[in-house]
Design a protein around this ligand. Structure first.
Ligand code: GAP
Length: 508
């Protein structure tokens, strides 16, 4: 990945051009905050999803004692009884403070706008509030509108402020009054709930109101007792789920980074309260290693502990795993949160449902210790965001090749593992290519591409990140060999056509 500020524009365009991600409802002008994953995007996303499921559920990690952890899977409904969201605190607390511009009618999330407040005489910076997912062009526009005194002040305050100033006022009372886009007057902040509402059944009244889930996690808490009663699990154990979540985000942006419909991969790990600190540390380290195992370079990943004031209503402690996205660089943005949720959710559902959520430890020795509501450690990651991270990480400009860019996916996650290309569409070459394709496709996601000149076909395979191409040429008919072309080094070598399957198995 490069830090070029055009990278994001180029990547979005490549994603559209090559079938990774399309704007949703494009023929009707799109719909803000919604995206469709194309044939290659869904393949890439499924590869990440399957790897998470495999390493979380089918082949669970070893715990600190070296024994495999107990984690089972779940697929709960997207719409649940609305009491779920009252108990979880989402009806009351899943709000963002919003301001509207009275002039251009744009709505902004107060805590996400970079603000720089000058004193009345303009001599002093009273406060700054810096946005993390920077929208650099808007900032540059704002910088351009500063007077020289303000510029000097910002310069003195350091680079961060300089590159982030976009919301300016000189009232001197610290309140934000100017729209960052048009300079218009802003309304007082109002709270705005992020849950999408719908109605269940034919009647549209308050009793029929329901919500699309804003997180997959609650479906797990609702089924905690079912899992405990039907599966042979004992605390500590986990329940994992992958699925869609919906948030009516105020400012969806940065491609699929913040969208209104997205996928999460969440696991709730139920443990003894006294051991929760240890498990929090365990999952924190384990999840970072997992992201690295996808081929993401260490320098683009980091931890960020949440300050007390930043914690969600349910959380005792939280750390984010952050990635250096092209639109945040040199800063980082969230990829996954690992939260210590304490016993908040199970206790809340116990209060609202009157169903006991206590765990009875038959092996417990002291009476007090044997009955408790487990604490929960939650690694909650975005599958949509994870897919974006692999796209950003793979994006590699290379002026020396015809495509000008290639996608350097780790072969394990590449949507297409190999291209099967006859050099020309005659002389028996297509038939041989079809034969090889029919054989390989039983084990690998491979693509057969017969027509067009070979250079163009290689260029396309580079842009979609195919790590290997097998070319059938005149020599294949003579000695049974094909050319392997390596995406990264562009080197070519000949191997026997019968050895192609083994070659791929070894490389993947
Ligand atoms: N159950 C806890 C929870 O939902 P979160 O930090 O709000 O925590 C977890 O969400 C992950 O879901 C985030 O780290 C991010 O990867 C992803 N995510 C959250 N909101 C998103 C959005 N609007 N668009 C894309 N991904 C999002």
């Amino acid at each position: 990945m490069t830090d070029d500020k055009n990278t994001m524009e180029d990547l979005v365009s490549l994603c559209k051009r090559r079938g990774f991600v399309y704007p949703a409802s494009e023929i009707y002008g799109g719909i803000n905050g919604f995206w469709d994953f194309g044939p290659l995007g869904v393949q890439l996303k499924n590869n990440i999803r399957d790897h998470w499921w495999k390493s979380m559920v089918e082949c669970t990690p070893a715990g600190p004692d070296g024994q495999p952890l107990q984690i089972v899977g779940l697929d709960s409904a997207i719409i649940q009884n609305p009491k779920t969201w009252e108990a979880s605190g989402h009806v009351e607390g899943f709000n963002d403070p919003m301001v509207d511009c009275r002039e251009c009618k744009t709505r902004f999330r107060v805590d996400k706008i970079a603000t720089v407040t000058f004193s009345k005489d303009g001599d002093e910076i009273l406060s700054t509030h810096i946005e993390t997912e920077s929208a650099s062009t808007a900032f540059e526009d704002a910088i351009a509108s500063l007077n020289s005194k303000q510029r000097k002040l910002l310069k003195k305050a350091g680079n961060d402020v300089k590159t982030s100033a976009r919301f300016l006022n000189d009232t001197g009372d610290g309140s934000a009054v100017a729209c960052p886009l048009c300079g218009g007057e802003l309304t007082e902040p109002k709270m705005f709930n992020l849950m999408f509402e719908t109605f269940v059944g034919a009647v549209r009244n308050d009793d029929a109101r329901a919500y699309l889930r804003p997180e997959t996690a609650q479906g797990i808490f609702l089924n905690y007792k079912n899992v405990l009663d039907t599966m042979r699990v004992k605390v500590p154990f986990g329940v994992a789920q992958i699925g869609k979540a919906f948030r009516n985000e105020i400012t969806p942006r940065n491609f699929v980074f913040r969208s209104r419909e997205f996928e999460q991969m969440e696991m709730e790990f139920f443990c003894h309260p006294d051991e929760s600190g240890r498990w929090y540390e365990f999952w924190k380290q384990h999840r970072m290693e997992w992201w690295k195992s996808l081929g993401i370079s260490e320098q683009n990943l980091r931890f960020r502990e949440h300050g007390k004031e930043e914690l969600a209503h349910y959380s005792d402690a939280c750390v984010d795993i952050e990635y250096r996205y092209p639109f945040t660089a040199p800063d980082f943005g969230e990829l996954e949160g690992i939260a210590h949720r304490g016993c908040f959710d199970l206790s809340a559902h116990q209060d609202y449902s009157k169903i006991k959520m206590e765990y009875f430890d038959h092996g417990g020795k002291e009476a007090d210790d044997s009955r408790y509501i487990p604490h929960v450690i939650e690694p909650a990651s975005g599958l949509t965001r994870g897919t974006l991270v692999l796209l950003c990480e793979a994006y590699t400009p290379d002026p020396d090749r015809p495509s000008g860019v290639y996608m350097k996916f780790d072969p394990k996650f590449a949507p297409i593992k190999a291209g099967i290309l006859p050099l020309v569409a005659r002389d028996g070459m297509p038939e041989k290519a079809v034969g090889l394709y029919m054989d390989l496709r039983k084990d690998f996601m491979v693509e057969l591409d017969i027509k067009q000149n070979i250079g163009k076909r290689y260029a396309r395979q580079d842009e979609i990140g195919t790590p290997f191409c097998f070319t059938i040429d005149g020599q294949t008919g003579e000695d049974g060999t094909v050319t392997v072309r390596y995406r990264d080094s562009l080197q070519q070598e000949r191997i026997n056509i019968d050895g192609v399957k083994k070659f791929l198995a070894e490389k993947l």
